[in-house]
Design a protein around this ligand. Sequence first.
Ligand code: ADP
Ligand code: MG
Length: 297
Amino acid sequence: ATPTALLVGTGRGAQLGILIKGPEVLESTRRVDTVVLDKTGTVTTGVMTVHDVTSAAGVDAEQLLRVAGAAESGSEHPIGRAIAAAAGDRAGLLPSVRDFANVEGRGVTATVADAGHDLEVLVGRPSLMADRGLEVDADLEVARVAGEQAGRTVVLVAWDGIVRGLVTVGDAVKDTSAEAVAQLKRLGLTPVLLTGDNATVAHQVAAEVGIERVIAEVLPQDKVAVIAGLQRDGKVVAMVGDGVNDAAALAQADLGLAMGTGADVAIEAADLTLVRGDLRAAVDAIRLARRTLTTIK
Ligand code: ADP
Ligand code: MG
């Protein structure tokens, strides 16, 4: 095939807000049958806000948010940023922090000097607490389940070996996502939602945009294995993602699409970049590839 039609395709791509690494990219685009969508920042806005703060009996809710916010102040994760921002708004100056560590796909740990005491703080998903042998008391467990059922991501806060409370955070589905999913289906493609978030939240978001297949609670390093698994099942997989922890999966996919609003490493790993972060551009890219290759024949 002469590459002329492909180059025309890439020029048209730029007009549609799609940056294409090379003309050969469109060839794999044409064969795609499965489109894996990262949840946070891809289907949803990725801009998290804190909704509720619940403390265990005998724990001051102000202190809970202040300590959690301090522990998260070094975090680059949207959840960590939301908690640190909410705590800063409420408390003003946050307590000082030492020994901050990020636990990939789970949360953070830090030493926080609050009210004259050094607290060994953990902030993160339930599995982070379980891994360290910490239990959640019955009242907090009720609040945790309620938060998840409300479609929030629940983040537990512990210090000195006791779970002291929880913070619920959430973001909203982008208003273009449902339309993009409907268009993908009309092209005969199967959308799959992939996320590290909990299954309840994942299914809520999926239902909101019309996705039936959900793969939730996937650790960052396991996203690439999910893509490889689909490929082993004979699928030709496009992956759309935005995060640092999507980069390996984007590279593994037959076609990697990065949100232009996302992390640089994701954009570098991808074959295509959706400049405006609008999922409908992914559909445009697939249509463009099909049309371009029809022109060649
Ligand atoms: P996604 O795949 O949806 O982008 P991640 O893999 O980044 O999600 O995170 C998975 C889960 O790990 C989050 O839903 C959250 O429960 C927890 N988590 C990750 N980072 C943090 C953090 N800094 N603070 C609290 N919880 C976190
Ligand atoms: Mg993401």
